[in-house]
Design a protein around this ligand. Structure first.
Ligand SMILES: [Zn+2]
Length: 709
């Protein structure tokens, strides 16, 4: 359930990618009139010409668009006229139009329908784009021009856009003197290199952590298909006759839920936990310790106390203290609940005469038994009620119509990049056409995992652009005329991703940089989470949860089971998440480099300090394999999941207290949240919506950590 925010010139790309002093020759621009990426699409709302776009169009389009953007940047920097909003901020905002178009379509293709050619282009251009981004955001002349503007005299979005760019330039280091800027570039380069090395080592570590078993008996509890797969994997790796179990990125591993042999469970768990600290080529510790040091150095170069302080400037939380405060408030009751769950599990172990004390590798195995006993929820009973297109049209679309008055019409005339993709036109509450919306449901080998929402065209009144949006999923494709039946988790994912889509659809901004889902990371998941609640709304549920054969509505007893099971194992789930978020914040809140310790010592001290060192409930990611923060863009950002969820529960409680998800309440939500993008003070908009600041209590009650008032 993740949202990929594709914004080429974001700071994320600055920090993620290698700064490359490329001496790349401006390639032949290609023929602009023949290349569908080099011009605006003539289709409705500039929907991409997927019928004309070919792999070979990307490189010439990038080269042409980069060169054109370079010229635009130079022109803004060297403008002889005194700086104005129009000739500086607006000029930056509207520059790079071709580049934005080509990269947005490219990002979608590489994530949803890639191939070796596109992957090669992606590798080749990542450092080029990164260096290109540096060219803009470290440009002193442009920075000075923005700084010279009298922000107080500007109004509305013009003012907000100016503040936005000023902050982005300063966060990138545009206000540093030349020597410091050089140092910063070096630090960025070192960090990018280390991050790549980290990712590569982690890949090795994960591969080397594969666990081999000699006999099928050791794998008792796994399904036949899983055992066959383990056998095939071992054979593939030259260990025919053995059984191989691979490791996934989290601490806990899926087979631990069903593996009956306790020694096998321990073996897999230990392989997972220790994967990247074995002193071999997959040991990531010295790299991440260096990264933490360099990040602190970078933050201090920019005049900040810690890396987290630098990173959180443009986020809702604003300071690491605010983020930590929220995590700590949830941690106490979450750990308490986890300990109660541990007792439940220990009782079950004792009742079965296990004769041992619960360890982390036992948790999922016994929790699954507790879940079955307590809730008697069988996935195969539920699936027949959730057929993909029925869930979409009679669930997701029906809810949107009830809540916001919008409607949908299939568009069979629009070109698609894959035959499985479907396109709709969306109409607003007044019946006026407002957007094009694509869905790409089924899993493919050339598609990234997970589910996400992307804009293919950003909304902007200034550019006269309406949103073109896509949701991508990974549901199993039905074969031989069978229906595509999904789990309730998948149903929730559909509502979730459509929540992002609503945020994009209702965007009502002048400028794309402030439009729709271009909001802070600790905010972006909240509108999508709000829409998840619609999935369980009784009126909506009865409209879409129809048995695919009999068309009968799902029985109330099944609904009750789904609802009850939702609060199961929450102590564990929340505690492991909070532990990871706290760990991330601890690494990035250090303000004196002497306070760093070797990775494992640092981790234990940090988690102990916040009461999150719980033996049975290990952190979701242990420092050496916490890829989000060392190899991805989530450094000092993993708390965002919890922050967004808290916003969501606050607003959900407001809905409940005010008569539910009615048209009037949803119109209010649209007015204050879904339609404002990043064009206003979001903390203020949030408070105006619900009448008070974000509180932690709604999180605790809705997550089942505290009894309802
Ligand atoms: Zn999301």
């Amino acid at each position: 359930m993740k949202h990929l925010s594709i914004k080429l010139f974001s700071l994320m790309s600055l920090s993620l990618l290698t700064a490359c002093k490329n001496g790349q020759e401006p390639a032949a621009a290609g023929n602009t009139s023949q290349n569908p990426l080099m011009q605006k699409s003539d289709l409705q709302y500039q929907a991409p010409r997927f019928d004309l776009i070919k792999d070979e169009h990307f490189k010439p389009a990038f080269d042409y668009a980069l060169k054109k953007h370079d010229e635009e940047i130079e022109k803004i920097a060297n403008n002889a006229e005194a700086p104005t909003f129009q000739n500086t901020v607006l000029a930056i905002e509207t520059s790079g139009e071709d580049l934005a178009r080509a990269t947005m379509i490219f990002s979608n293709m590489t994530a949803a329908n890639t191939n070796p050619t596109l992957q090669k282009i992606e590798e080749q251009y990542a450092p080029i784009f990164s260096a290109h981004s540096d060219k803009l955001y470290l440009n002193s002349k442009i920075y000075q021009r923005i700084k010279a503007l009298d922000v107080a005299k500007l109004q509305g979005e013009d003012k907000k856009l100016t503040e936005y760019y000023l902050q982005q330039f300063e966060m990138a280091g545009a206000n540093l003197d030349d020597a410091a800027k050089e140092k910063m570039k070096k630090l960025n380069e070192q960090l990018a290199t280390l991050s790549t090395q980290y990712n590569n080592k982690l890949l090795v570590a994960r591969k080397n952590a594969t666990v081999y078993f000699d006999s099928e008996a050791e794998l008792e509890g796994l399904s036949k298909a899983e055992i066959e797969a383990a056998k095939a994997k071992a054979k593939e790796e030259g260990k025919a006759g053995k059984f191989a179990i691979g490791i996934i990125n989290t601490t806990q591993q899926p087979p631990l839920m069903t593996l009956k042999n306790r020694a096998s469970r321990e073996k897999i768990f230990t392989a997972s936990w220790k994967r990247a600290e074995k002193g071999d080529e997959g040991d990531t510790r010295s790299i991440l310790e260096q990264m933490a040091q360099l990040r602190l150095e970078k933050a201090q170069l920019m005049g900040k106390k810690s890396f987290a302080e630098w990173k959180l400037q443009d986020q809702m939380a604003k300071t690491p203290e605010a983020a930590m405060h929220l995590l700590a408030e949830i941690a106490t009751p979450a750990v308490q609940r986890a300990k109660e769950e541990a007792k439940d599990i220990q009782r079950l172990i004792d009742a079965q005469k296990g004769g041992f004390k619960l360890e982390p590798w036992d948790w999922d195995f016994y929790a699954e038994q507790v879940r079955k006993a307590k809730y008697d929820l069988d996935e195969s009973q539920i699936r027949p009620y959730f057929e993909v297109s029925t869930v979409l049209e009679k669930g997701v679309f029906f809810a949107a119509q009830q809540m916001y008055g919008i409607s949908f019409k299939v568009r069979q005339d629009l070109p698609l990049y894959h035959p499985d993709v479907v396109a709709y036109e969306v109409f607003d509450r007044d019946g006026k056409s407002m957007a094009i919306y694509y869905l790409d449901f089924y899993t493919r080998d050339n598609k990234n995992g997970g589910a996400w929402m992307n804009n293919l065209v950003n909304q902007s009144h200034y550019l006269k652009q309406k949103p073109v949006i896509i949701n991508v999923f990974n549901f199993a494709k039905p074969v031989d005329g069978n229906p595509s039946l999904i789990s309730f988790d998948d149903v929730t994912t559909m509502f979730h991703e459509f929540g992002h889509t609503l945020h994009g659809l209702f965007a009502n901004q002048q400028y794309t940089s402030l439009s729709g889902t271009s909001v802070p990371r600790d905010y972006v998941e909240f509108p999508s989470q709000i829409n998840e609640h619609a999935a369980l709304d009784p009126i909506v549920l009865k409209n879409y949860a129809l048995h695919y054969k009999t068309k009968e509505v799902i029985p109330q007893a099944l609904i009750d089971k789904i609802t009850k099971a939702a609060s199961f194992n929450q102590g564990y789930t929340i505690t492991e998440l909070l532990a990871a978020a706290t760990l991330d914040m601890a690494w990035h809140s250090v303000s004196n480099k002497d306070d760093f310790k070797p990775a494992n010592d640092f981790e234990q001290a940090a988690l102990t300090q916040y009461g999150l060192w719980v033996k049975e409930v290990p952190t979701r990611y242990h420092t050496p394999y916490f890829a989000h923060i060392w190899g991805g863009g989530y450094s000092a950002g993993y708390y965002a999941y919890t922050w967004s969820k808290t916003l969501d529960y606050n607003v959900y409680d407001w809905f409940k207290a005010n008569g539910g998800m009615t048209r009037a309440n949803c119109d209010r939500f649209r007015q204050y949240i879904l339609s404002v993008g990043n064009s206003v003070d979001l903390n203020m908009a949030f408070e105006e919506m619900i009448g008070h600041k974000m509180e932690v209590a709604p999180y605790l009650t809705n997550a089942g950590l505290k009894a309802n008032k």
